[in-house]
Every structure is written in C-alpha cells, then in structure tokens.
Ligand binder design. Sequence first.
Ligand code: FAD
Length: 376
Amino acid sequence: MSESLRVNRDSSEVAVIGGGLVGLAVALGIQQQGQQVTVYDEGDIAFRASRGNFGLVWVQGKGDNMPAYARLSRRSSHLWGEMAQQLEQHTGIDIQLQQRGGVFVCLTETELEQRIQMLNGMAANHPEGYPFEVLDRQQLKELMPDIGPTIPGATWGPEDGHVNPLYLLRALVQRFEALGGKLVNAGPITKIKPENGQFVLQSASGRYSCNKLVLAAGLGNKALAPMVGMDAHVFPNRGQVLIAERVKHFLDYPTGHVRQTAEGTVQCGDSKEDVGFDSGTSTDVLAQIANRAITMYPLLKDVRLIRSWGALRIMTPDGNPIYQQSEQYPGAYLVTCHSGVTLAAAHAGPIADWIATGQADPELELEKFDGRRFEL
Ligand SMILES: Cc1cc2nc3c(=O)[nH]c(=O)nc-3n(C[C@H](O)[C@H](O)[C@H](O)COP(=O)(O)OP(=O)(O)OC[C@H]3O[C@@H](n4cnc5c(N)ncnc54)[C@H](O)[C@@H]3O)c2cc1C
C-alpha cells in the first residue's frame, strides 16, 4: 500500500497544530469563515504558555522597535470588546475582560524617565498618534489610593486592560467546537509531509491530512517549521508568577506587574529569565516579584501567598510576532508571538481572515512580520 493510502479517515480542510491561545484563536476565526478546522494538540505534558500567563491585554510599549506590531496590538485591543461579547453570548462564560486602561508603575525616577523616553519615541514613530499619559505621584495617588509612598509616578495607557486567560481559553474551545471545529489530543505531531498539494501529519496516534496547515505550536514550532520549508526563530523565556489570597477590592486598573482579579486574588509578576526549558520557580526571583509588589502596594505585605508557578514565553529575537506563509509549500502558515492574550482578537480576526482567504489586509503590513527577517 502506498504511504498516502494509509492516511486515516481524519482529513480536514484546515489543520492547526497547537491548541493554545494562538492556535485556538486562529482556528476559531477560520472556522467562523465556514472552513472545516481541526486542531491537533500535544496535551498536558507540553509547554503551554497559555495556561501560565498574566492575563493582560496590553498595548502601551508593545512594538517600540516595530511600528507595525504596535499598530497590530492597538488593532487587537480595539477588536477585543466585540470578541469577548461574542464569546460570552455564545458560551455563557464570563471571561472577565476589563478595558478601562492600564498603568505601568515605575519604582524610581530613572525608570520613569526611561519609560517616558521610550513612549515618546513610539509617539514620534506613529503619525496617526500613540495614546499614553504620564502620571505624576499625585495623579497616580488619585487613581490608586493605596500606591506606596516611594513611587514617583507611572505611565497610563487608555487601551490597556486584562482578562481571565483560563476562561478565555475555555471559551475559545467551547465556541470552536460548537461551530463544528474538532480538537484532537493526538500527542505531539512528529512529522509533516507535503504530498500532492496536501499536508500529511503524523503522531503516535495516527496520520491526518489537510489542505491547509497552520503551525501554532508555540515553542514546538521550532521543530515543525522546517518540515514545511520555514524556520521558526523561537526560544523560551521564563516568567514566574505569584498569586496572593483574596483581599478587599483595592485596584481598579491592571498594572504591568500587579493586577487584582475579578475574584479578588492578586496576581504578581513577572520575571524575564533566560533558563532554557526549565519552567520551575526559584525563591530568589519570587522574592523579587513579591518585593516589587509590596513597594507598589504596601498593603500586600500582610497578604498570604497561595500559589506560584513558572511558564515559558515564546520569544523571537526581536520580540515581535512571526506571520508567514511558506514559499516552498504554499498553504502552510507559521503563526507565533509572545503576547497571545493581547493578540487573540487579531488572531481570530484579520490573521484568520488572511489564512482563510489567502488575502491579507494591507494594513496588517504582513511583510514586516515574515520570519525571514532574522536571516538578513
Ligand atoms: C509568565 C507569562 C506571562 C505572560 N503574560 C502575558 C500577558 O499578560 N499578556 C499577553 O498577551 N501574553 C502574555 N504571555 C504570553 C502568552 O501566554 C503567550 O503568548 C501565549 O500563551 C502563546 O500561546 P501559544 O498558543 O502560541 O503557545 P502555548 O500556549 O505554548 O501553546 C502551544 C501548544 O502547542 C502544542 N504543541 C506543541 N508542539 C506540538 C506538536 N509537535 N504537536 C501538537 N501540538 C503541539 C502544545 O500542546 C501547546 O498546547 C505571558 C507568558 C508567560 C509565560
């Protein structure tokens, strides 16, 4: 029997490898266009940033080295409200989106000056305008009465917000499946074979074929992309996160390092560590995170910590996303980023539209996100 005849019955119009926030958002967007999508996910033992993140829908400062990414982040933030409303309406899951603005609290004058300089640089690169404000200590205290006495100021982004990322993931799965999408926990896909204009995927549990393929496997993309003629320049970067017990409501806005969840717990983060594939935690880094949080909000010094974890970000050399169609094997796409919560609405919207139709909205400036920029 020839290899192609042994492909099992599971054949789909579009296959997405990776059932994290990126894969599911893209899969939902394509499924909404009426194309039959199957998501193949490795399962519980995989590295899964989507289950360990901070939950910010964050715009300020994103794309300071790539204006197209800054515009994409803003566009996603604008699309977020509609996506959340649709998800909540159809699944009944309250994903707890709040988009009333966000604050980046600076601990020292130097940190504040550097941040203002960075955001001013961004504003200069965006003739369409780049929204942010600088808050002095008094203005910050009016916004956050519990702010610590040594904090000199902060920056404010009106388009920032936060969400419950686990409810988001659950709502994406539920909506995707309700529309007829299939989620298969197939173990890792270990081989992809382009064959007669199709792609044949192989895992320990079977072989699957598809007409179009999206690689959204996070750190797993590194091994998969060369199988369809691309390189995924991704590497892990660890972030550790602390959760404190529920306390009375004290924080109306998320910040870059501390946010109060809808349930009242306090999430504190997050480190940026180059430790390879180690997703554990370390006492020294957790202590730094806790100290920063207490400096920002002294009331936290008496609050008990209930949980901590480490998770691996999916980084690229310039920190910006990769969106690319394989030149060698058209129909195979690579989608990866390090802010999959923020970009979820863009992934379910214009990025999914590009993959579904083959036509990219020129305003996306997709050529800037091509992964071959790292080979230059
Ligand atoms: C500490 C921390 C804080 C963060 N905070 C934020 C934040 O506040 N806001 C924000 O926007 N982003 C944040 N992020 C980033 C965000 O979590 C990620 O961008 C996002 O989760 C990436 O989603 P993903 O689907 O690409 O990857 P993952 O969640 O890693 O999912 C990849 C999936 O691919 C599957 N897979 C891998 N290899 C294979 C294979 N060979 N075959 C089949 N399946 C495979 C895995 O099973 C996995 O489910 C944070 C990340 C971390 C670590």
